[in-house]
Design a protein around this ligand. Structure first.
Ligand SMILES: C[S@@+](CC[C@H](N)C(=O)[O-])C[C@H]1O[C@@H](n2cnc3c(N)ncnc32)[C@H](O)[C@@H]1O
Length: 352
């Protein structure tokens, strides 16, 4: 094996990612118990998700993040009319005043900075209500008018390299489990480090790829393409995926870890723009994490959703949610093929 070749890790790093995201369980549970009184409210009877959301004064995105996580934790469930209600576990231990209530114990964390910031974010539906998510601006997302870390050289570089660590593990598995033998041109939208394109280029010697991203991010992609021996087949093209013309002529478009950074309207806009640029029969790949279609798990994805909610304008979506967006945009969605670190690829074909 060449030293330039990307290859799969010998052990699965998924548990490390799960441990890293564990704080979101504490933050959401404590917010629900000590700041929003979710369990006290539901002890008076089941509520439609939208009624509970309005009672808590939450916008739709934070409500989905919070309710999905509480269901994934086994504390809320849906009754036969689809309303949110308490599980036996929550009824016995989280309703204020009950003989086995542990809400006071959970409340020990109520004033911790992580919990308070989570409560602020849930209430404001913003990555950081008091300013930017980082000193350099909001991470991972760029659109006109947003103070984005991806526009500054040092933060764009460090954020892109941080994702490159995950991509080095996952990209070779994506290229192996979902190869593109008959494709000639790949458009990697928001391709970041370019490692997903690079893995495909290494696998398919006749393939060329365009990584479409912000200029400061592309500096990293160019370095990696040179280091990994595919710079002659990888074009780094800078642009804004929401406003600039979509590069035409590709056989397949990759959206790797992109849609989860955006709220539903932006996901729909982006998918429609890509559909317009693709000829019938051409493919779009959503490489991402997927909540289950019930929206009650798996827990690691529900916690990752809270992380995405905290850093970006997005959250995790289910395959059913993506399928609806894809169909509305003019695609025929297929089945999810798992890759690594809870990711999978959902392929879709541009309808004729
Ligand atoms: C979460 S990262 C994903 C990077 C890579 N696809 C991966 O899977 O590792 C999101 C990427 O989208 C890019 N991006 C965000 N907003 C963009 C925009 N409006 N136009 C182009 N790229 C954008 C960011 O710069 C970043 O590289």
């Amino acid at each position: 094996m060449s030293r330039h070749e990307l290859h799969r890790p010998s052990t699965d790093p998924t548990p490390i990612f799960e441990l890293f995201r564990g704080n979101f369980a504490t933050e959401l549970l404590t917010a629900a118990v000590a700041h929003f009184d979710v369990f006290g409210r539901l002890s008076r009877g089941p509520m439609a998700a939208d009624d509970l959301r309005l009672a808590l004064k939450l916008a739709e995105r934070p409500a989905v993040v919070l309710f999905t996580a509480l269901r994934a934790m086994g504390l809320l469930c849906r009754d036969d009319q689809g309303r949110l209600s308490l599980t036996e576990l929550a009824r016995e231990h989280l309703v204020p005043g009950g003989p086995f209530d542990v809400g006071g114990y959970i409340g020990l964390a109520a004033r911790s900075p992580g919990v308070r910031e989570m409560v602020d974010r849930l209430r404001s539906n913003h990555p950081n209500p008091s300013g930017s998510a980082t000193e350099e601006g909001v991470a991972f997302v760029y659109r006109e008018g947003l103070d984005s870390a991806m526009e500054r050289e040092s933060s764009a570089r460090s954020l892109t390299l941080s994702l490159a660590g995950r991509a080095r593990n996952v990209a070779p598995i994506l290229a192996e489990t979902y190869p593109l033998p008959e494709c000639r041109t790949l458009l990697d939208v928001g391709g970041g480090s370019g490692l997903y394109s690079i893995a495909y280029l290494q696998r398919h010697p006749d393939l060329t790829a365009i990584v479409w991203d912000r200029p400061e991010v592309l500096k990293v992609a160019l370095e990696l393409a040179e280091e990994l021996g595919v710079a002659d087949r990888l074009e780094c093209r800078s642009g804004d995926m929401f406003t600039d013309p979509v590069p035409h002529g590709s056989d397949v478009v990759l959206l790797s870890n992109i849609l989860h950074d955006w709220d539903v309207p932006e996901c729909r806009t982006l998918l429609s723009r890509l559909a317009e640029a693709l000829s019938p029969g051409r493919r779009l790949l959503i490489h991402d994490v997927f909540l289950n279609d019930e929206m009650d798990g798996p827990l690691p994805i529900a916690l990752y959703s809270a992380s995405l909610f905290s850093l970006t304008e997005g959250r995790a979506y289910s395959a059913a949610e993506y399928r609806e967006m894809l169909t509305d945009a003019g695609f025929e969605p297929g089945e999810v093929v798992p890759t690594l670190v809870h990711c999978g690829v959902l392929p879709a074909v541009r309808s004729s």
